[in-house]
Design a protein around this ligand. Structure first.
Ligand code: DGY
Length: 320
């Protein structure tokens, strides 16, 4: 089986594929145009797919009629037309679990960074503006006993809720497609309507899978209903929030702050006005960027490819 790996992944995954005798090939250059990328895909039986910049849509599948499998190097699969993959019996693997702790760590980090205005204070030091001790300056807010609202309580949302409760004794509200019995038992989490979630949360953290119906879900009318001290955290996908509306909500003090590990588009331009705001912290989509998580993702993606090469089911599939 010929496997196209579109970007280098940790060695462990590559070794696993080689040990199975699979033929692996990589692109010759780092940045691929859409056409060049498609050319590589057309030569492959399976793709180990890193990044979300290339879309697997109907036109793609039509152009690659011999493709047998896609193993994503991500938990998110919003860049794949899953219905079309199903129609063509193409399994699409993803990498859940192994990155839940790392990604929720980043949500937790952003929550604290925004609450204590870390980016703003870092910039002051860097710009030589440390200044004298001032009882009224650079004040943040404490998170102890506050309410954390989780939109999408899956594996990552659960980890975020767990650490926030342990660290800050936060109350957990959630809105999800299903009840989460474990979260209700273990964290005393309460399932609430979307309206209640946005109206009652001091911190609102987004952890759902992104689908087209979620586009701009967090928009002006939602921010208007949030609390004035609310912190909005998004480590899922940039499409969940409307950036202009978020900027307006922050500058008109409808909400207090925002922490983003994902933007729309990515990368965010350095000219983006959000970066000027003192209660905003933006990271460059580093949720899963730990040695442990990235090794786990490499292993899982390789295992998914190997399973297909042996005529077996993938370990984790976005299309069951
Ligand atoms: C994921 O795994 O979905 C991360 O966001 C990387 O794309």
């Amino acid at each position: 089986m010929k496997v196209f790996v579109n970007k280098m992944i940790p060695e462990t995954g590559i070794r696993m594929l080689e040990q199975e005798g699979l033929e692996i090939f990589f692109p010759e250059q780092e940045f691929l145009s859409q056409e060049k990328w498609l050319e590589y895909c057309q030569k492959a039986d399976a793709i180990l797919s890193v990044g979300t910049e290339f879309r697997y849509d109907r036109a793609f599948f039509t152009a690659c009629p011999d493709l047998k499998a896609i193993a994503l190097y991500s938990v998110g699969f919003d860049h794949v037309d899953i219905k079309e993959a199903n129609r063509r019996n193409i399994p699409v693997g993803n990498t859940p679990d192994v990155l839940s702790k790392a990604t929720s760590d980043v949500a937790f980090l952003l929550m604290q960074s925004v609450a204590r205005r870390a980016s703003f204070n870092f910039r002051k030091v860097k710009d030589g503006n440390w200044g004298a001790f001032d009882p009224l300056h650079a004040l943040g807010q404490e998170l102890y006993g506050k309410t954390l609202g989780i939109f999408g309580l899956g594996r990552i949302g659960f980890e975020m809720a767990k650490k926030s409760q342990k660290a800050f004794d936060m109350k957990i509200l959630y809105h999800n497609r299903h009840w989460n019995e474990d979260a209700e038992k273990e964290l005393n989490a309460k399932f609430v309507s979307f309206e209640e979630l946005i109206g009652s949360s001091d911190v609102l953290s987004v952890h759902a899978n992104f689908t087209p119906k979620h586009e701009d879900l967090f928009n002006r009318s939602v921010f208007e209903k949030m609390k004035a001290n609310a912190i909005f955290i998004n480590t899922a996908r940039g499409g969940f929030h409307n950036e202009k509306d978020l900027y307006e909500a922050l500058t008109s003090e409808q909400i207090w702050g925002a922490g983003l590990d994902v933007t729309n588009p990515e990368p965010m331009s350095e000219e983006n006005p959000l970066l000027e705001l003192s209660k905003v912290c933006v990271l460059p989509h580093i949720g899963s960027a730990t040695v442990e998580a990235r090794n786990g993702m490499a292993k899982l993606a390789a295992e998914n490819i190997i399973a297909v090469s042996k005529g077996m089911k993938m370990l984790h599939c976005a299309n069951p």
